[in-house]
Design a protein around this ligand. Structure first.
Ligand SMILES: Cc1cc2nc3c(=O)[nH]c(=O)nc-3n(C[C@H](O)[C@H](O)[C@H](O)COP(=O)(O)OP(=O)(O)OC[C@H]3O[C@@H](n4cnc5c(N)ncnc54)[C@H](O)[C@@H]3O)c2cc1C
Length: 405
């Protein structure tokens, strides 16, 4: 299948990769509509790509070694142990990941979007209307444009998905991620090559080093737990949202800070509590599955298509893989129908399997935590194995291999 006019709604990780995919697959005209009116604003926090998945994406030409990254080799799970500075490590596992700063990963992908692509910043798509042999997009400035194919790369609150499957939206998982990043990378064990999971009853906090984009490093952390059910919490947690820096409700942050002070080993408590408040934010955690990745002349990629809880460590991998799979389907297919059927068949099951694995991990790592303080390596290994052994093994921790279909 060659030629055609393609609209990509959303110009973040999935959107930039999809614009690249559509251009390579031979589309005549590719337009990206991105709501943000300047560069996408970096939240300064991290994103990790599992090393084997990175290699596949590099071979496919979507990521490259020059994108700044920091290596991670091992993950150490620790629990508070009196005043021991780093607590007691009760489990270790190989953790072959590359840690990125979200902002520099996005700008590298943006720079790979071919010049012929019309990337329109500040362009908000307000309605998506299927038409004969195509789809019309309505924009906030009132004008309307028609395309042969519209691809929703517009994240978890996707307008394209709403046109495809009205009423299907992310469901609040019942807990939050409290995220932050600081410049304090002093004294990290193993020179920062380890990722650390600090555990407590009802959740855990993952801490790892990321590049700062200018040759140095930052410390990135995300703490998952169920907030108390009180009226003082932000009322919007149940509808898709994210609470940016400066809009955090003080009752919730006071509660989170007390939790860290009570349950973290002193070294890690200092790192988290010393993070400037202006660089912390809350991300409610959601699950999203769609019946199909395509409908008519519309397709979904990245978070618009499925959202798995972050414990799987594969959100960006999945977004980039969706784009590579779309390119492959496009090259193999001989009509729009054929291309879209191939894409849906290849990616739909992967998205659902990731969400299922992420639910199992969220259940045991946050909602129903074990007595970690009683664990040692053998119990840890069995506990980890148990959450990874669901009925569908085709999608695993760190993402599903592009080579296994
Ligand atoms: C600014 C920003 C910073 C982020 N920082 C991090 C991070 O530090 N760590 C991390 O793990 N994840 C981060 N994420 C989320 C991460 O990018 C995604 O979870 C994952 O990579 C999948 O990306 P995506 O492109 O599918 O979705 P998203 O990254 O959510 O991108 C969706 C894009 O669509 C645009 N959009 C939405 N609706 C419309 C519309 N109606 N019209 C036009 N454009 C629209 C949005 O502005 C956004 O740029 C960030 C996302 C954004 C947008």
């Amino acid at each position: 299948m060659r030629g055609g006019s393609i609209a990509v709604v959303g110009g973040s990780i999935a959107g930039c990769a999809t614009a690249l995919a559509a251009s390579r697959a031979g589309a005549d005209r590719v337009t990206v509509f991105e709501r943000a009116d300047a560069e996408l604003r970096d939240r300064g926090v991290g994103i990790a790509l599992q090393s084997d998945r990175y290699e596949e994406l590099r071979e496919a030409g979507y990521v490259a070694p020059e994108m700044p990254w920091a290596p991670l080799t091992r993950r150490v799970w620790s629990v508070r142990d009196g005043d021991a500075p780093h607590g007691r490590g009760f489990g270790q596992q190989p953790f072959p990941f590359r840690a990125y700063n979200w902002g520099s990963l996005w700008s590298e992908l943006r720079s790979r979007v071919p010049e012929g692509v019309d990337y329109r910043s500040g362009a908000v798509v307000t309605a998506v209307e299927p038409a004969d042999d195509g789809v019309a997009l309505r924009l906030a400035d009132g004008h309307q444009e028609r395309f042969d194919l519209v691809i929703g790369a517009d994240g978890y609150r996707s307008v394209v998905r709403e046109a495809m499957f009205p009423g299907i939206s992310p469901e609040y998982a019942g807990y939050i991620g409290w995220r932050g990043a600081s410049e304090d990378v002093e004294g990290l064990p193993s020179d920062g090559l380890d990722a650390h999971n600090i555990v407590f009853p009802g959740g855990h906090c993952m801490i790892y080093r990321i590049p700062d984009g200018t040759g140095g490093h930052r410390l990135n952390w995300v703490l998952y737990t169920t907030p108390p059910q009180t009226d003082g919490l932000h009322p919007d947690l149940r509808t898709p949202t994210s609470l940016p820096p400066g809009r955090l409700n003080s009752e919730l942050t006071d509660w989170l800070r007390a939790l860290v002070a009570d349950h973290f080993p002193p070294f890690w408590a200092d790192k988290v509590l010393g993070t400037p408040a202006g660089t912390t934010f809350i991300q409610p955690i959601y699950d999203l599955v769609v019946p199909h990745y395509t409908s008519g002349r519309m397709a979904l990629v990245g978070d618009a298509a499925s959202v798995a809880r972050p414990h799987v460590g594969a959100g960006s991998v999945k977004a980039l893989q969706d784009a590579t799979a779309l390119e492959a389907a496009w090259i193999a297919g001989d009509s729009w129908k054929d291309v879209l059927e191939r894409y849906d068949a290849g990616r739909g099951a992967v998205g659902s399997a990731m969400v299922a694995l992420a639910r199992r991990m969220g259940s045991t790592q946050v909602e129903n935590t074990p007595d970690w303080s009683a664990m040692h390596q053998p119990e840890f290994d069995a506990w980890w194995q148990d959450q990874n052994s669901g009925s569908d093994r085709s999608s695993g921790f760190g993402g599903h291999s592009l080579k296994v279909r």
